[in-house]
Design a protein around this ligand. Sequence first.
Ligand SMILES: Cc1ncc(COP(=O)(O)O)c(C=O)c1O
Length: 437
Amino acid sequence: MPQRQPRVSPVPGLHWTYVTVDAPESTMPVSHAIEADVLQRQDPELAEVLLGERERQASALQLIAAENFTSPAVLAALGSPLANKYAEGYPGARHHGGCEIVDVAERLAVGRAKALFRAEHANVQAHSGSSAVLAAYAALLRPGDTVLALGLPYGGHLTHGSPANFSGRWFDFVPYGVDAETGLIDYEQVRTLARSHRPKAIVCGSIAYPRHMDYAYFRAVADEVGAYLIADAAHPIGLVAGGAAPSPVPYADIVCATTHKVLRGPRGGMILCGADLAERVDRAVFPFTQGGAQMHTIAAKAVAFGEAATPAFAAYAHQVVANARVLADRMEAEGFAVTSGGTDTHLITADPAPLGVDGRTARGRLAAAGMVLDCCALPHADVRGLRLGTAAVTTQGMGEEEMAHIAKLMAGVLRDEVGGAETRREVQELTAQFPPY
Ligand SMILES: Cc1ncc(COP(=O)(O)O)c(C=O)c1O
């Protein structure tokens, strides 16, 4: 099996092959793990699925704001024998024998997370972003407590009070919103609602907010009404790691996050807090809301934290934002109504209505043309808009020039000026120049 050579990114430092921690460049492209693996011989049906998905990811533009391409090193840890190990509890205090080696992996992950985010304590066992939020609530709240959070129609996550989620059933959520015109958080409303409802906790975080949040303001309001502050930084935490977004760590009592978005780690969650809450948070994760830790994922998180501490990752994070700014700008020039007029982060939300198409139809047409993104609620209207991000395409090595090209491709398809099949071919030509693996 010939080894693929990593391509040279036009933007130095972006591609994951250039952010390897203190080891030489990866010599095991992911294709090796799939093609040469026993899976293809033993279970060609399933191997076909893996290869098909790899091809889908490589041949279309992955613009879903929550997605990214992990490094081969992260994938290697995920596919390692650590997946076999049961490890209930925490390093040095497990309910299972034989944990002495996986303990090292978890200590590495915790130590690297604490250093990366300058946090006194890190719990890296949360299975997902939702599990992290569940544990934060379990650590600080009792059923029936009042919680102030961004309403779901304005970009709040399901765990911020959706009636379909445990949060909406077990707690009394009071939603704050964003200004219909500017798309920015209505901070005055946050203060007014906090004063009148006296919540036990205030949550700041969103699935679709393109701007930085004013954590200092949230902290001041929380202090004024005696509430805990929980930052759900699932989206921006990778930018925080790379120094491209402000950190909620100095302000929030608990920071919840995912490791698989801009941070470019494995699918999973993470919780950061001060030493005073460390024990409560750890007990809220295990044994209160979870069982055995997933040691292969924790090892992969350690790898990702190591990568994220490098100067190359900082360059990547800043390029993610630079790319998003250009993409937002070019989309606006093409006629999209971009929420808040732009972005500070990796994330853009926009209404395609001025191009003569609604959000759901736009998502379908773009997908058919090879551009994969999401729908989302819009602050100014009762219709669905588009949500997209630049984390994955930046990992592939794309820069501002490619962002301008993508905005043009999107507008051409939605205005019906260029056929879907023709655009699909152009997308394939573009992605072929930037293979993720
Ligand atoms: C703000 C926020 N919180 C929580 C989550 C949940 O993460 P997960 O899907 O890993 O449960 C997300 C996921 O996108 C999110 O954006």
